[in-house]
Design a protein around this ligand. Structure first.
Ligand code: BGC
Length: 457
């Protein structure tokens, strides 16, 4: 057995996103978001559910925060819903919305739980979508204005800020695959959106520095390793390289170094994609220094060349690794690789794993228990690699499980369970799973004892 002991100041926490857990979608003066619009269109959500109520965190935050406290979780990462605080996206504030977040943050303080607050987790005010949403360059200013108001209204209660969450998902699922709101299918638009998100991030960081607040601010990006299905096949190698640029460097490049992946842009231009409108000063504006890099990671991708796929000639293939109910392959070794890639390429001052976890098929049994052994194994395996990364000198400073509760999993609806806490969506009853108690022990002991890593398993 090996003792996986973490540094004394290692940050442990749980994460969630406003749209996925709050409910109260049309209460308390909240405006409509693009996701409210999207889920109410039949066919968009696989199981036909909506997030109108979901976990009802809007009404149950005291009970839920008390449960976090009881389980000994020291940090909570969550999002502000932009249309709850500024219903039209710009203009009038909704006091009731601001008061709601002040109450949540105060409750966290009273329970000694550190807050990590995300400004944008995909629920753009619908009114801004009607003005072009993130395709409109004015979105940078809308976001900066919203961020400044949040710093002013909530800055005394927030410990750590995060600007934008997974800009790659906003761009490519929202504007290319159309699986997410607003459901578009336009690659050039997705690229333009990516550029505006990178600029919006930069603007929000610079605005924060002007406030004189002394907390930390970072970003939250999903980075995934992208490997060629056959490393001996040069076409697969090329496709994997291009898809890795798109998934990772299109965002990390500008945010961390002020540069876009030129090889990707050159190739896309040849495919007839309209490249983003990059104006003088943009490159410098996207990369103000951040205090931490929030890394989300769930899986790796294996890519085979396919000339019929436009604009990047690759498609993801499965490799036979074990899969979770989301059909994602279990890739703990590749998680180590992504930490190394991030560190070697972009040299962040500090890395925090802001999301990691898995879906599993969990139910409460007739003994009142929810026995999710696979999740414990999944998280333990990833934490072993996190531990190795720290020993290898990678500045990894924290880990957040996705997610505290089972919640609304976007286009998959309520049917995929990612929580440490089981939620019965009929009664809203919460039941901590075995993994919730196991994670409490990990936190209390600042580590765990387990068999050593066994690569490839
Ligand atoms: C997102 C979460 C989502 C999770 C699992 C992340 O990309 O930030 O909102 O629930 O993945 O799919």
């Amino acid at each position: 057995m090996q003792n996986f002991q973490f540094p004394d100041d290692f940050v442990w926490g749980v994460a969630a996103g406003s749209y996925q857990v709050e409910g109260g979608w049309n209460e308390g003066g909240k405006g409509e978001s693009i996701w409210d619009r999207f889920v109410h269109i039949p066919g968009n959500i696989k199981d036909g559910t909506t997030a109108d109520v979901t976990c009802d965190f809007y009404h149950r935050y005291e009970e839920d925060i008390a449960l976090m406290k009881k389980l000994g979780y020291p940090s909570f990462l969550f999002t502000i819903s932009w249309p709850r605080v500024i219903p039209d996206g710009t203009g009038e504030l909704n006091r009731e919305g601001i008061d709601y977040y002040r109450k949540v943050l105060t409750c966290l303080r009273e329970n000694n739980i550190t807050s990590y607050v995300v400004l944008y987790h995909w629920d753009l005010p619908q009114k801004l979508q009607e003005r072009g949403g993130w395709m409109n360059r004015e979105s940078v200013g809308w976001f900066e204005n919203y961020a400044r108001i949040m710093y002013r209204e909530l800055g005394d209660l927030v410990d750590h800020w995060i600007t934008i969450l997974e800009p790659a998902v906003v761009s490519f699922e929202g504007y290319w695959s159309g699986l997410h709101a607003p459901g578009y299918h336009d690659y050039s638009a997705a690229l333009q959106v990516a550029h505006h998100l990178n600029l919006a991030h930069g603007a929000a960081v610079r605005a924060y520095r002007e406030t004189g607040l002394t907390g930390e601010i970072g970003v939250k990006i999903s980075m995934n390793m992208v490997y060629p299905a056959d490393p001996e096949n040069p076409d697969d190698v090329f496709a994997a390289k291009m898809l890795s640029y798109q998934a990772n460097d299109l965002f990390c490049g500008p945010i961390m170094k002020g540069e876009y992946p030129k090889e990707l842009f050159d190739y896309l231009e040849k495919q007839g994609v309209v490249l983003p409108d990059i104006r003088p000063g943009d490159m410098e504006a996207m990369c103000p220094e951040i205090d931490f890099f929030g890394l989300n990671n769930y899986f790796a991708q294996f890519v085979a060349y396919d000339a019929n796929v436009w604009p990047l000639p690759g498609k993801a293939v499965k490799t036979g690794r074990p899969r979770t109910p989301y059909n994602w392959e279990f890739c703990p070794d590749e998680f180590y690789d992504v930490l190394k890639l991030l560190n070697d390429t972009y040299h962040p001052k500090k890395i925090i794993i802001t999301e990691n976890g898995c879906a599993s098929n969990d139910w409460v049994n007739d003994e009142g228990r929810c026995e999710d052994a696979n999740r414990i194994y999944f998280i333990r395996s990833y934490l072993k690699r996190a531990h190795r990364a720290i020993q290898d000198g990678i500045p990894l400073a924290g880990y957040f499980v996705w997610s505290f509760w089972d919640n609304f999993e976007w286009q998959e609806g309520l049917s995929l369970q990612f929580g440490l806490i089981h939620v019965n969506f009929k009664t809203l009853e919460r039941t901590p799973k075995e993994s919730a108690y196991w994670y409490s022990d990990v936190i209390r002991n600042n580590g765990f004892t387990a068999l050593p890593e066994s690569p490839g398993k």
